[in-house]
Design a protein. Structure first.
Length: 233
């Protein structure tokens, strides 16, 4: 016996056609990096990305992972955990950048994501936000980390933009003032940040429409009906 088609309250075309007043504030972009080294190239790369985003009109915040405890090794009330969660809620888009360590993202970076729950009460902190992924390499160019970050972004229900950046031998790409040297790698970072801004401007006012799921609406309705029945007993 085949399943019945869902009874949608409004057709999707009608929902999409509803006029949405566009936001006027600067796009809010959070940048995360994956190293606590004094001269961290993932941090230098997100600082360069933040300058570009500000040039394109965004408001940016960079989270410093130094002092963030291991996941579940401290209560959620820990100041660094609360700072990170507040920034995630504040953001409309994010930039993730990690060094590649043993062919994977760093533990420092993964710990930050592991402190971000899929839900905070009725709010999903990361759902519907845009995401750009980048990595820095100590040796030849690799795409292991950006591929892993894409999987992680999908798990966190984020919209990861098509473009990405991988910087090989990152120690050669920054000058004595910790600024990225002109190169094709720098041009790619410009491309990625410009694309992130475009996608954020397009999607930030459509989040409620884009992430609305039939299965979740059905589950919520069933839970509400169960509570009503329980009260009537």
């Amino acid at each position: 016996m085949s399943a019945e088609l869902p009874n949608l309250e409004n057709d999707l075309i009608g929902q999409f056609s509803c006029r949405i007043e566009p936001s006027r504030h600067q796009p809010r972009i959070l940048l995360l990096h994956g190293s606590t080294r004094e001269r961290s190239f993932s941090r230098l790369l997100v600082e360069e990305a933040a300058r570009l985003l500000q040039h394109f009109g965004a408001e940016t915040r960079i989270f410093d992972p130094s002092g963030l405890p291991l996941p579940d090794d401290a209560p959620v009330e820990h100041p660094k955990v609360q700072e990170l969660r507040d920034l995630v809620l504040w953001s409309e888009g994010q930039v993730w950048c990690s060094p590649e360590r043993h062919g994977a993202m760093s533990a420092v970076f993964k710990a930050q994501i592991d402190w971000i729950p899929l839900a905070l009460g009725a709010v999903r902190p990361s759902q519907g936000k845009t995401l750009a992924v980048m990595q820095v390499c100590g040796g030849s160019q690799s795409f292991n980390v950006v591929n892993q970050l894409r999987v992680l972004g999908r798990w966190m229900r984020m919209f990861t933009i098509p473009n990405q950046s991988s910087v090989p031998k990152a120690y050669l790409e920054f000058d004595g003032d910790d600024r990225m040297k002109p190169s094709a790698y720098y041009d790619r970072v410009v491309d990625v940040m410009e694309e992130l801004m475009r996608f954020t401007l397009l999607l930030r006012d459509q989040q409620a429409f884009l992430v609305d799921r039939y299965s979740e609406r059905k589950e919520t309705a069933e839970q509400l009906a169960a509570r009503v029945n329980q009260r009537s007993i």
